[in-house]
Design a protein around this ligand. Structure first.
Ligand SMILES: [Fe+2]
Length: 567
């Protein structure tokens, strides 16, 4: 039974104090591991990704944030957003669908996909709602980015009078030179770039000729350019009513390059030009080197023949023809091809790719989950190592429906005969050579790792999040690992992941359910005032609701203003 069944257990998560159970904890390891996740109380829905957002935070120094001197604080909390509060008051009017939870209030903002760290501020993001800011210390909701009226709200499927459906990305970026957030807002496929200074109004520009056929999950940046690709999350309207998909995700994707200075020289609302490339196979996560002196270099983690918009449910058969286990209902479709990573250098003058390296290890690398990068400005300017987690081949995570839908796109001769172990892998940037890897157990489910620099803020480092030798090799990779026998956190030397963990944290048989992205924060401090938008300022259309629901929305606004905890 390789995939832990505890992944989709709907027990309420709890706080724990973890202890070192193997190895020696590195004394220099500092800061906080932050994880985004859907709350397990909504795992009964059609897709595991759409529960209310919650946060886990692990303090990487013993005896801090409420833990005893020899323990590490593992803390968790549901994000008490307006969406979560309205659902708690009126669960009867929320319906889980394949694109999130809908209600007469509008589309629930789950904010459950990725933490975005901006200095000492912490935002929780997802693709179908505004980034939500939370307090890094008590993990309470503080406000969403921008007033709802500044975004293009998608109301074609249902009215969104209180909770707006905003097509954006779970991976905005923070510009270290401008100290602004760059993100996107797609509307009927038209790409808009959004710039936000952290306090005031949004600025938004439509990008001329930039049409997104599917969705946007990532925006990445260089010093001068923003890069936005179409991502392989395909939505077909009949799936909302429980229907099956009729087409696989697109096998190629447009990628648009937009100059930052052209945006800033154009009045918001006026169109801005782009350069258009096409990449294949399909993509979700990609990362540009911030330094673009020698060209625009982008690492693409392809998601070839994966389908995160398809989930398994009752009556499905897995890739071996066995009935799918109800305990895995809602699990997304794992890749049906070996993991592939490419590095492309793009020339915006000719719109041609001038250099390309590729990594493909069919014997080793299957079902890539997420990655650990040095996100400091210095690390993004000159990245050295790219750490990735691969779940291994899981025949029970691929359904016959997926295989039939993707047909000849899947080379079935490559599918391993047996499950393969998960792998923590390190790739050298430059030639994408796999330089090191560590195999975990067949019953492990490693999740989203982080990179922690050895000496953040050291005198030679530059910025406060950079170590003295930035890039991703000088420090540690911290990896949460789910397992039915007990959750653990493994720490690796980033320069030698293949040597295995140098230390392990655990707390007996405690388990942790499914989580999504992680991030490293150099410290958790209470949030400062920042002139955030109040939910109470977004109720101009409350009269569209029946009286009882309007009353609930007003109560939520009052409770947020008064700091009343979510029940
Ligand atoms: Fe992501």
């Amino acid at each position: 039974m390789p995939i832990p069944r505890s992944l989709f257990c709907d027990d309420d998560p709890a706080d724990h104090d973890l202890r070192v159970v193997a190895g020696t904890w590195p004394q220099q390891l500092s800061g906080e591991l932050v994880l985004s996740a859907p709350h397990p109380d909504t795992f009964g829905g059609p897709h595991a990704f759409f529960g209310d957002g919650m946060t886990y935070r692990l303090s990487l120094q013993a005896g801090t944030n409420g833990a005893p001197a020899d323990s590490f604080a593992w803390r968790q909390r549901r994000i008490d957003s307006p969406s979560a509060r309205l659902r708690a008051k009126r669960p009867d009017v929320f319906t889980a669908t394949m694109i999130g939870s809908q209600s007469p209030f509008g589309h629930s903002n789950a904010a459950n996909t990725a933490p975005l760290v901006w200095g000492d501020r912490l935002f929780m993001t997802w693709d179908v709602g505004r980034p939500s800011e939370i307090d890094p210390m008590n993990l309470n909701w503080l406000g969403d980015v921008g007033h709802r009226d500044q975004w293009k709200v998608f109301e074609a499927m249902a009215p969104q009078p209180v909770l707006p459906m905003v097509m954006t990305t779970a991976h905005p970026v923070v510009d270290p030179d401008r100290n602004v957030m760059w993100t996107v807002n797609t509307f009927w496929g038209q790409l808009h770039i959004v710039r936000w200074d952290g306090h005031g109004d949004l600025q938004m520009w439509p990008i001329d000729g930039a049409v997104i056929p599917q969705s946007v999950h990532t925006i990445t940046q260089t010093r001068d350019w923003l890069v936005v690709g179409d991502c392989a999350y395909k939505f077909e309207s009949q799936v909302l009513a429980g229907g099956d998909r009729t087409e696989p995700a697109n096998s190629t994707a447009p990628v648009f390059l937009i100059r930052k200075d052209e945006l800033e020289a154009t009045p918001p609302g006026e169109p801005v030009a782009c350069r258009h490339f096409t990449v294949a196979p399909e993509i979700n996560h990609y990362y540009a080197n911030y330094d673009d002196t020698d060209g625009i270099t982008i690492v693409f983690e392809h998601t070839e023949n994966a389908d995160i918009a398809m989930t398994q449910s009752a009556g499905d058969l897995d890739s071996l023809g066995r009935p799918c286990d109800p305990a895995l209902a809602g699990l997304y479709g794992f890749p049906m091809s070996p993991d592939r990573m490419t590095m492309m250098v793009m020339d915006p003058q000719t719109t041609r790719v001038v250099h390309r390296a590729e990594q493909r290890e069919p014997e080793l690398l299957w079902s890539r989950q997420l990655n650990a990068l040095d996100w400091s400005p210095e690390g993004r300017a000159n990245p050295t190592l790219h750490h990735t987690v691969h779940q291994g081949w899981h025949p029970e995570a691929v359904t016959q429906k997926m295989l039939a839908l993707y047909g000849d796109r899947v080379d079935r001769s490559l599918l391993p005969a047996e499950p393969t172990p998960p792998v923590m892998a390190t790739t050298e940037l430059g030639d994408l050579r796999l330089v090191s890897h560590w195999e975990l157990g067949l019953d492990d489910f490693p999740s989203s790792p982080i990179f922690v620099p050895r000496d953040p803020g050291a005198p030679r480092a530059g910025s406060s999040t950079s170590g003295s030798d930035p890039g991703g090799h000088d420090g540690w990779v911290v990896l949460p690992v789910m397992n039915d026998a007990g959750f653990r956190v493994e720490v690796f030397d980033a320069a030698d992941v293949g040597a295995g963990p140098v230390a392990t944290l655990a707390d007996g048989a405690m388990t942790v359910p499914f989580v999504l992205h992680s991030a490293w924060m150099r410290q958790a401090v209470p949030a400062a005032d920042a002139g955030r938008v109040r939910f109470g300022d977004e109720l101009s259309r409350i009269d569209e609701l029946p009286d009882d629901l309007a009353r609930a929305a007003r109560e939520v606004a009052d409770e947020l203003d008064a700091g009343v905890p979510i029940p």
